[in-house]
Design a protein. Structure first.
Length: 89
């Protein structure tokens, strides 16, 4: 997901192995961290003892960070991050 989506929330669809579409979202206000996962009940592999029941599908997220940021953008983003308590340590 993009850095914007990781911070602002997003909706996605993905094609499951059997072709059906799985829709999921991360709401605004919930931050998606790199490597974090989302569990979607009933969309995973069939259960060993009951093939008509399905486990959880786990979607792992990779967050795309920019390779650089312009001075102008840094001047705009810096105060916002500091205002959220995310300034220098």
């Amino acid at each position: 997901v993009s850095l914007y989506e990781a911070l602002m929330g997003f909706e996605r669809t993905l094609a499951h192995l059997d072709g059906h579409v799985v829709r999921f979202s991360v709401p605004r206000g919930a931050v998606t961290r790199p490597g974090s996962g989302l569990e979607i009940a009933g969309e995973g592999m069939p259960q060993k003892d009951d093939p008509s029941s399905f486990g959880k599908l786990i979607v792992r997220f990779e967050v795309q960070f920019p390779s650089s940021i312009s001075e102008e953008s840094a001047a705009e983003v810096g105060p916002v991050l500091r205002g959220m308590g995310l300034g220098p340590l």
